[in-house]
Design a protein around this ligand. Structure first.
Ligand SMILES: [Zn+2]
Length: 322
């Protein structure tokens, strides 16, 4: 959100009471940065818009999947309007009449002491369109527009009788202000709509994709360690203690990643150990593993064998007494 530019666009708005534009835009930015759900977000945004535009009432409308027309999703201030039910209904009708436009529209009612701003909210397809060229005809724009997914409605009652004659001049202040606010809010709204519509199966698919990524990373780690260890095939470090020390380091590295070496004799995951031996001073290399028959050692060569790295087996079931 370009804070300074937004404040500049909103400054010419008729000032109502002690509302400070910069403070309200600061608040709007904090609202956008927050992680509240869509419903709370809209309520908070409506409150800011109402103050900034000096509106007596404000609402946001959305097209739900069940309904073909927009429905009010959140409304504030309508209870305090001194309008009859029929007059309130005419405000609603005006929203539905104006909301499919590609740009915000303003209307000053002849039969009501009120003016209304309607700012259509468009789906992601619109926001990815290249910036609208002014020479593009209105029909060309609307034919590309799949209809608004929602709309903001602001009802301004603090108007002078002369405004009706001079409405173009007033709307030329209101409309750019509303447009710039919508540009700032639209991505925030769409993001929250996506999150609120995320189904459990989509969340599950996301986790599955993450699992596949992690699996790929783990495979690269396993192969990197294996590749490194294979460079030491045929080595011995001269003394029993040095061999022991090296094998401990290998085991720590493998264990940290849930890995073991594969016993070349039986293929089971094993821990490589160095065992004292009467005829080999630096000890012999043994594969230590639990087979169905119990703890078993395979191997026994005097040099480090070519190692294959495999996943650590499931934890053994504890047996009574063991
Ligand atoms: Zn074995």
């Amino acid at each position: 959100m370009n804070h300074a530019a937004l404040v500049e666009t909103l400054r010419p708005l008729p000032r109502v009471g002690r509302v400070r534009i910069a403070a309200q835009i600061d608040r709007l930015r904090r609202i956008c940065d927050d992680t509240q759900p869509l419903e709370t977000f809209l309520e908070e945004v409506l409150d800011v818009l109402r103050r900034v535009f000096g509106a007596a009432a404000a609402s946001v409308w959305f097209r739900t999947s069940e309904a073909s027309t927009l429905q009010p999703a959140s409304r504030i201030g309508f209870d305090s309007l001194a309008f009859s039910a029929a007059e309130l209904a005419s405000l609603d009708e005006a929203v539905l009449a104006l909301c499919d436009a590609s740009e915000p529209l303003a209307e000053c009612f002849e039969e009501l002491p009120a003016a209304m701003l309607v700012g259509p909210i468009h789906g992601p397809r619109d926001s990815t369109r290249p910036s609208e060229s002014p020479e593009m005809s209105e029909t060309a724009r609307t034919s590309e527009t799949p209809g608004a997914v929602g709309a903001f409605q602001l009802v301004i009652t603090d108007i002078q009788p002369s405004w009706g004659d001079d409405w173009d001049q007033h709307s030329s202040i209101y409309l750019p202000a509303l447009r710039s606010v919508l540009v700032a809010l639209q991505p925030e709204m769409l993001r929250r709509m996506r999150v609120s519509h995320l189904s459990i199966s989509e969340a599950h698919q996301g986790l599955e994709r993450l699992g596949q990524q992690i699996h790929g990373i783990q495979r690269s780690i396993r192969l990197a360690i294996e590749h490194h260890l294979q460079q030491h095939a045929g080595a011995t470090f001269g003394s029993f203690d040095e061999n022991l020390q090296f094998l401990r380091s290998i085991h720590q590295l493998l264990d940290a990643h849930g890995l073991r070496v594969r016993c070349p004799e039986c293929g089971h995951p094993a821990i490589l150990r160095c065992a004292r031996n009467a005829s080999v001073r630096a000890g012999v290399f043994m594969f230590d593993h639990y087979l169905p028959s119990g703890r078993t050692f395979h191997g026994g060569g005097a040099v480090l064998p070519t190692l294959r790295v495999v996943a650590k087996p499931e934890r053994r079931k504890s047996t009574p007494g063991g």
